[in-house]
Structures are given as structure tokens and as C-alpha cells.
Design a protein around this ligand. Structure first.
Ligand SMILES: C[S@@+](CC[C@H](N)C(=O)[O-])C[C@H]1O[C@@H](n2cnc3c(N)ncnc32)[C@H](O)[C@@H]1O
Length: 227
């Protein structure tokens, strides 16, 4: 568990002060339990960044606040979360951050002229069946610029105790409390994700982000070197 430390992190969470208590609590817990500052360090400091499955968008907005050279778009299949995410932006000052949110159906990846410099997933792919996950990643690779990165943060399947904690929590979130939309619960390991991204032609590397956390956070970064 880690408190928000940087000014951008405090600002991103502060934008939720005027929003419903349940959403504010959710975004605060999300921040304390996910390694967002370490994940942000994997994202290019400038360019067009897409986050797929942005949820309430606290990480999306944080990316935009932590570097104003980024233009960040967050998309999610849950219209209520996207509405709340957009409402949180009302507190931004002019020029403070370039960020917006869109509601999109699963697999509907927005495209832009010149393609995306980075596409980010933070704890989304475990909610897709393996064949849908492969299809979605393939579509994202197609929407990336040459030199761009696909940055996938998930919880790894090791160490086993941390993995069990994550799986139980996600079972509660999706099947009992129903606060997360998703088709299935299918947790890929970091090694499987890296293999999948390599098979899409990306040059990949992986890192653990779980020091000080109860969950086995990991990230796989794939760089597109050719079309
Ligand atoms: C655990 S939440 C993570 C939200 C956000 N990325 C974060 O780190 O706070 C998973 C999100 O993925 C979204 N999601 C599930 N399946 C999706 C899909 N096929 N395409 C886009 N978003 C999806 C859910 O609606 C939910 O908001």
C-alpha cells in the first residue's frame, strides 16, 4: 500500500473531492493498492497516450497531470465510470492537463492520425477470455505508431499468496459486489503476456512492481519496431 506522494498524484485524487463518496473512496483505495507512480514511469513523457479500460480514470488523469506534454484519452466499456471520470475533470484549470474520456464498446479502439505513442492497460486483461484478449492486443498493436509502446499492467500468478489475495479480491469485485464489468476472470501470468505481445511482433521486457504491495503487480512493456 502506498500513499500518493507526487503533486500530480495528490492533484489527481483531489479532483474527486466534489464527486459521490462511493467513487471517491473507490479511487482512493485504487491509488493506495496499485503502483501507479511506478507504472507512470514506464509511459513516454510526451505524445498521444490511450488508456483502455480506464475505469474512473484516476490513472489516466494522473498521466496527463504528471506531464503536460502528453495528450491522454481514457476509454472504458462502463458508461457510469466514464461519466464520473469526465465529471472529475471539471476541477482542472485551463492548460493544467490534456485529458478526456470516452465510452467505447469492448474491442472498439479509437484511432488517431499518426497513431498512438503508447497504449496502456492497468488491470483489465484478466477480465477477458484468452481469445478476446489476443484479439484486443492485436488491434492495439495495429493502432500503435512505430516506436510506440504497449504497456500492460496486470497481477502476476506468482508469488502464490499474493496471487490468491488478488484473485479473491477480483472475485468479490466482479461476481459479488459487481463494481467491475468484465466477461470472465482469467489471470494471465507476466510470462504469458510477454509471449503474447512478442507473438504480435513487439520487443518486450517485463518488471515487477509489487514491492510494498499485497498484490503481485507486474508490467510488460512491448515496443513496436516495424509495421
Ligand atoms: C479493475 S478496473 C481498472 C480500471 C483502471 N484501469 C484503473 O487502473 O483504475 C477494470 C476496468 O476494465 C474495464 N473493462 C473490462 N473489460 C473491458 C474491455 N473489454 N474493454 C475496455 N474496458 C474493459 C472495466 O469496465 C473496468 O473499469
Amino acid at each position: 500500500m502506498k500513499r500518493p506522494r507526487s503533486a500530480a498524484a495528490k492533484r489527481a485524487l483531489g479532483l474527486w473531492k466534489q464527486l459521490p463518496r462511493s467513487a471517491r473512496v473507490h479511487t482512493t483505495i485504487r491509488w493506495w493498492t496499485a503502483p501507479f507512480e511506478a507504472l507512470d514511469a514506464e509511459v513516454p513523457r510526451s505524445g498521444n497516450i490511450l488508456e483502455v479500460g480506464c475505469g474512473h480514470g484516476v490513472f489516466t488523469t494522473y498521466m496527463a497531470l504528471s506531464s503536460t506534454s502528453r495528450t491522454v484519452v481514457g476509454v472504458d466499456i462502463d458508461p457510469e465510470k466514464v461519466t464520473l471520470a469526465s465529471e472529475s475533470l471539471r476541477g482542472l484549470r485551463a492548460g493544467e492537463a490534456s485529458v478526456r474520456f470516452e465510452h467505447r464498446a469492448s474491442g472498439d479502439i479509437p484511432t488517431i492520425d499518426g497513431c498512438w505513442d503508447a497504449i496502456v492497460f492497468a488491470d483489465v486483461l484478466y477480465l477477458l477470455a484468452p481469445e478476446d484478449r489476443s484479439r484486443l492486443l492485436s488491434e492495439c498493436v495495429g493502432a500503435l505508431a512505430i516506436g510506440g509502446s504497449l504497456i500492460v499492467k496486470e497481477v502476476d500468478t506468482e508469488p502464490k499468496l499474493k496471487a490468491r489475495i488478488s484473485h479473491f479480491q477480483e472475485f468479490l469485485a466482479t461476481k459479488v459486489l459487481r463494481i467491475t464489468d468484465g466477461d470472465v476472470l482469467n489471470f494471465p501470468s507476466a510470462a504469458q503476456l510477454a509471449m503474447l505481445m512478442t507473438s504480435e511482433g513487439l520487443v518486450t521486457r517485463r518488471a515487477r512492481l509489487d514491492k510494498g504491495y499485497f498484490h503481485p503487480h507486474c508490467v510488460v512493456v512491448g515496443t513496436k519496431t516495424s509495421s
